[in-house]
Design a binder for this molecule. Structure first.
Ligand code: ACO
Length: 406
């Protein structure tokens, strides 16, 4: 019969693949990327078309359920999600315990983990396999997570600026409600700008999934243990927080601030080529051409700038891109702008502080994490994720008692 991976392992055959450059850990139908051609599709639909024509909630339905919702399904789905936007009062209290200057992403990660204690029957060790695997029980967790994340994110933001939390308005659209919770100053006096709400919704769409990126791989990794989805999401969000992943957007802004003016761009590019600096927002493990999301983000930037005024650092970003894309160093290494290159500038012009950037990535990516979690649970081939290593340490050594050591 065919030799499987376990048999090969017993024969001592092992592939060393640092960073999982070429290891496929599952079969998936959620997301397709052609890194050479710059193509990204969710469930077969091109990202450009989804960003143009869909809403984020429709796209989250598509990712998780495999098909675009019918009109009726769309209404039900939005309704269910929006009904789950409220937080348990104790969760509100928990959020209030963070330091005034707590990083909002730290608050989001901790609160996601805390959700597992509020909904313990999502944990198979308490509920038994059936409840965990039943579609109804699963959907309940999905509605909760997609519904509550913007509320948690808004509370984290309000904590940072020392303002009271705002209750969600389930009659508003998903992204509109998020903007409302962030900025509402007093009853009835804040209406989210529809141009900004649509722009943010589009940014949510282009961030919703990206096959086995580091955080989604983390979601699957934790999910493979059958831990509850809240704990798995906290792990995935932890991966997203890293500067090489979801933190890159924040790093782009810091880089643009450091460069400071157009005259300094050539000198900065030289430092990148000397490897003393990294051009943040450039390069991607999979895209070896222009990231299609970066093109969409560039267009969204223009729409937002037209509504709220131009973010001056955009000139530095455009000049960086112009010089880098004509320089052999970047051409040879196939380094192009990735999704983070322009999104930070859009967030900045919308008034978000930089430490909210990874949070703005986390909210939509939750849809992708959940789509992969559902696929993982339904895949009979799922095993607990447990890679092997190539051991290069000592052979057996003689233990020396502490009193005999120098
Ligand atoms: N600036 C300068 N040089 C770069 C950059 C960059 N941003 N990215 C890669 N390179 C260079 C490397 O130094 C290397 O050069 P060498 O062959 O002379 O050593 C070559 O390009 C290949 O790079 P790797 O590090 O092997 O590429 P890898 O696939 O491991 O890394 C990554 C991908 C982490 C995204 C990397 O490009 C990077 O650090 N970019 C900046 C951070 C960033 O923007 N991250 C966001 C990614 S997208 C997202 O998370 C949504």
């Amino acid at each position: 019969g065919a030799i499987n991976a376990t048999d090969l392992g017993k024969l001592g055959v092992r592939s060393l693949d640092p960073g999982y450059m070429n290891t496929a850990v599952c079969k998936s139908e959620v997301c397709f990327i052609d890194g050479d051609e710059g193509i990204l599709r969710y469930r077969g639909y091109n990202i450009e078309e989804l960003a143009e024509k869909s809403t984020f909630l429709e796209v989250s339905y598509l990712l998780i359920n495999g098909e675009l919702p019918s009109k009726k399904q769309n209404v039900e789905w939005s309704d269910r999600v929006m009904k789950h936007t409220y937080l348990h009062e104790n969760l509100n209290q928990l959020l209030k315990q963070f330091r005034y200057d707590a990083h909002p992403m730290g608050m989001v990660i901790s609160t996601l983990a805390a959700l597992s204690t509020f909904y313990p029957y999502a944990n198979p060790s308490l509920s038994g396999e059936n409840l965990y695997k039943s579609e109804q029980a699963r959907n309940k967790q999905i509605f909760r997570i997609i519904g509550k994340l913007p509320t948690i994110a808004a509370c984290a933001y309000r904590n940072r600026i020392g303002k009271p939390y705002n209750n969600p308005q389930s009659s508003l659209g998903y992204t509109e409600n998020f903007l409302y919770m962030l900025d509402k100053l007093s009853e009835n006096d804040y209406k989210p700008n529809p141009v900004l709400a649509r722009a943010l919704d589009k940014l949510f769409i282009i961030h919703a999934d990206h096959e086995l990126n580091c955080s989604t791989a983390a979601m699957r990794h934790l999910g493979s243990t059958k831990v509850d989805p809240y704990t798995a999401m906290a792990g995935a969000a932890g991966a997203l927080y890293g500067p090489l992943h979801g933190g890159a957007c924040e790093a782009v802004l810091h880089m643009l601030e450091d460069i400071g003016s157009l005259e300094n761009v050539p000198n900065f590019i030289q430092q990148v080529k000397n490897k003393s600096k990294k051009l943040m927002g450039f390069g991607h493990r999979v895209y070896k051409s222009y990231d299609p999301r970066a093109k969409i983000a560039r267009k969204i930037a223009d729409e937002v700038f037209a509504a709220v005024g131009k973010e001056p650092m955009i000139e530095i970003a455009i000049e960086l891109e112009r010089i880098a894309l004509s320089d052999p160093y970047f051409i040879e290494r196939k380094l192009y702008p990735n999704v983070d290159f322009y999104t930070g500038l859009v967030y900045r012009s919308m008034g978000f502080p930089t430490d909210m950037f990874p949070v703005l990535f986390c909210i939509p990516r939750a849809a992708g994490w959940l789509a992969h979690w559902v696929e993982l649970l339904d895949d009979p081939a799922t095993h607990i994720y447990r890679p092997r290593q190539v051991y290069l340490g000592y052979d057996e050594r003689q233990y020396v008692e502490l009193q005999n050591r120098t």
